[in-house]
Structure formats: C-alpha cells, structure tokens
Design a protein around this ligand. Structure first.
Ligand SMILES: Cc1cc2nc3c(=O)[nH]c(=O)nc-3n(C[C@H](O)[C@H](O)[C@H](O)COP(=O)(O)OP(=O)(O)OC[C@H]3O[C@@H](n4cnc5c(N)ncnc54)[C@H](O)[C@@H]3O)c2cc1C
Length: 391
C-alpha cells in the first residue's frame, strides 16, 4: 500500500539516505563487523551529508527540521542495511540531540552542537548499570558536591556508542537524601581524568555496533557539565524516552520489512519437489500473514509519527508502538529464517544476522515487560509506581 505521510522533500531526503547507505556504509560493513565499531570516517561522512543534525537548530550547524518523518526515513534506510546502523546513529541523532537542544545552555550548545552535527563529536546516553536497567530510580552512580563542581563515581554498562563516544550523557544520583528520583544529567567528555572505558562487549547480534562499559572514578566535573536542572534528570529522561521508543519502533519494522522482501524473492527462486518453496500452501499462508502484519503495522506506525509531529503522541503510545513492533519484527525474522532452510542458520547469512540483531528489541529502550507496565498504568490498572522505566 502507498504510504501517504510523505511529500516530495521527504522523498528527496530518502534518496540522500539511500546514497549514503550504498556509498558510505555498505562497502565498509565487514570492516565495521571486524572492528565492532564504525570508525570516525563514517560519522564525519554522515555529518558532511547533513544527516546528523536533523534535530539541531541551523544556528548550531543542524538542519533544524522539527519533523520526525526525516528521522523516520533515516532510521528506515539504515535498518535495511543492518539494525546496528539505525541503532547507533539513532542514539546520536534522535536520543541525545533532544537533551542537548532542549536542556543545554547557550554555551553548552555552542561548545558541543557544531561537532555533533559534523560527526567530530560522537555521543552516547548512559543510564543502565551492572546492577540494573529497568529501574532507573535505583541507579547507584553518584555525583557529590565538590566545591563549585561535582565528583562523579560509578559504572555504566551496555552503552551504545560507548566505546567511541566523545561526549557521554550520564545519569547520576545527586541528592539521595531527598529520594529516589533526585537524578542529574552530566555531560562527560573523553579525556576527563577518571573516565575510563571497559571492553567493547561481545553481543549475539549487531556486531557492527560498539557497546561498552564505562567507568567513572572520582571524575571532577564543573557546573558547566550539568545538563538541565540539578535533580531534574528524572523527568527529563521520562519526557524524552517516548521519542527514543518511537525511533526504536520505526527501526524494528523497517528491519523486518526488508528481510521479508528479501525472503519473498528467495521463496520464488528456491525450488523443492519441483516447485518454488513459496508456492506450498503452508509457506504461502505464512508469508501472507507476515505481509499483512507488516502492512497493518506500517499504517499504525505512520500514524504514530504524525501524532508525534502534532504533539499528541504519549508515553503509553510509545510503549505500545515499541512493544508491538518488536514482537512483529521478531516473529517475522524467525519465520523468514525458517524459509531459508539450512542457509538461514549460517552466521554469515543476512537472515541469520538480522534474526540475531533483532532479539534485543524486546530488551533495550525498556523491556517488553516494562512497556506493558506503562501501558497497563495508562489503562488505569495501577501496577508499579512510575519510577519503573527504562532505557
Ligand atoms: C545492545 C544493547 C545496547 C544498549 N544500549 C544502551 C544505551 O545506549 N544506554 C543505556 O543506558 N542502556 C542501554 N542498554 C541497556 C538496556 O536498556 C537494558 O538492558 C534494559 O533496560 C534492561 O535492563 P537490564 O538489562 O538491567 O535488565 P533488568 O532490569 O535486570 O531486567 C531483567 C528482567 O527482569 C524484568 N523486569 C524488571 N522489572 C520488571 C517488572 N517491574 N515487571 C516485570 N518484569 C520486570 C525485565 O523485563 C527483564 O526481563 C542496552 C542494552 C543492550 C543489550
């Protein structure tokens, strides 16, 4: 079905994104897998082609497009190549940008946003800790007053872009005596004494993505590293997680859709018992169901993006979109893998990689269970107090 939410400028932007995928990313994908990171060249090239500052004002080097359809298009095109690209670029473009743009002082914006847009400054968002990610209010990283600044102490883990990031937004507890929600966001730069990185974590999927542990040991930060209000980090995170989940939902579906298209070609060409495997009723019915699921979900997601554009998209909507698309993505990819037979089980195959890449959709940016908590509360059914989140 024709999608109706785009105009000519969106179509032109999609062409730019496709060119970047074909000219910049695809040729180096195996290198990215081997290095478990993209390298600075990729980030700079994305910046040069105007893809990193979509949500940043023109005055600071961005394109100032307050229209989530551009992020949607970028996420879709990157996901088609591999899920890791939309994940890592999405953290930078869609997740971190709103914090810097909405909460940053003029001085902070002048300092960080031009590099953010050009790809000189790669960013990450660090909330999760080894002791838990679902319950943000239980985080253990602390920042205590030290003269006019702060001393940051703690460990973060599973941080996307963590290994290569030049600037990490870190959530830390600042006033434990006041309560669980007194969290502050700090912008920590590479090279700050006491800030160390651990391993690039070895994951079952998304080998192109760098995912790292971060250690903060008596890291001295000045007041200019506080992002937003002191003790105001919790609501700041809650407000922006909906956007992060919408981005995740977009990527989930585009990823599944691409592999479904590739699988449809495969089942037309591959023969068994003298006929294309797609023509067996069992497979035809499976694919008919998957195609229907994807199409219906696409219409729903397009509506979600338009609701976001018009300021009506709620955290519960975002939780539902993420929950549903992660489910569709994982069920589509599992069925597709089956249709590739033995070749689908080889770790080098597109479908096997996609299948492994997708599993984390039900875990990150808030697990399925946390999404159901949010939706359940929105239905007026009580459940956990709102401190449950998470990233
Ligand atoms: C590849 C990857 C990239 C990531 N990138 C980032 C990043 O960039 N920044 C960042 O901060 N984090 C990141 N994360 C962390 C991710 O957001 C967390 O893994 C996630 O929020 C879950 O936290 P946890 O792993 O600590 O699991 P836990 O919170 O320990 O949860 C374990 C299980 O218990 C369940 N559970 C917890 N609470 C409840 C409840 N109330 N009801 C029912 N079940 C519950 C969960 O659903 C889950 O199944 C990333 C993770 C991965 C794997």
């Amino acid at each position: 079905m024709r999608r109706t939410i785009f105009d000519e400028s969106h179509d032109a932007f999609r062409e730019v994104c496709r060119a970047v995928v074909d000219e910049v990313l695809r040729p180096d994908q195996e290198k990215h897998v081997a290095e478990r990171a993209f390298g600075r060249g990729m980030w700079r090239e994305l910046g040069r082609r105007g893809l990193l500052g979509l949500n940043v004002p023109v005055a600071h080097g961005g394109s100032g497009r307050a229209d989530p359809r551009y992020s949607m298009i970028l996420g879709e095109e990157l996901s088609k190549l591999a899920f890791a690209y939309s994940s890592c670029v999405g953290i930078h473009v869609d997740c971190v940008a709103p914090y810097l743009v909405d909460l940053g002082t003029e001085e902070q914006q002048r300092r960080w946003l031009p590099g953010f847009c050009s790809g000189e400054l790669v960013t990450a968002l660090a909330m999760t800790e080894p002791t838990g990610g679902s319950d943000l209010a239980a985080l253990r990283t602390t920042a205590v007053r030290d003269g006019d600044g702060w001393l940051l102490e703690g460990t973060k883990t599973y941080i996307t872009n963590g290994w290569s990031a030049d600037l990490v937004l870190v959530a830390a507890r600042t006033s434990p005596e006041k309560g669980a929600h007194e969290i502050t966001l700090f912008a920590v730069e590479t090279g700050t004494p006491g800030f160390e990185r651990g391993r690039k974590l070895d994951k079952i999927g998304q080998p192109e993505a760098d995912t790292a542990e971060l250690f903060f040991s008596a890291v001295r930060l000045g007041p200019e590293h506080v992002l937003g209000e002191v003790d105001g980090g919790f609501p700041a995170l809650m407000q922006r997680l909906a956007l992060e989940r919408l981005g995740a939902a977009v990527n989930n579906l585009a990823h599944a859709r691409q592999i479904l298209d590739e699988t449809l070609e495969h089942v037309r060409e591959r023969h068994a018992f003298g006929q294309p495997i797609g023509s067996f009723q069992a497979n035809r019915f499976t694919l008919a169901e998957l195609a229907t699921e994807v199409q219906v979900t696409q219409a729903y997601l397009d509506t979600c993006v338009m609701e976001q554009l018009h300021g009506r998209f709620t955290p519960a909507d975002a939780a539902a979109a993420k929950l549903w698309t992660a489910r569709v993505q994982n069920s589509v990819l599992d069925a597709c893998l089956q249709l590739w037979g033995g070749s689908g089980y080889l770790s080098e195959s597109r479908v096997a990689r996609a299948w492994a890449d997708a599993r984390v959709s039900r875990i990150w940016a808030g697990t399925d269970e946390i999404m159901k908590e949010i939706i359940g509360r929105d239905l007026g059914l009580g459940g956990q107090p709102p401190r449950a989140r998470a990233h």
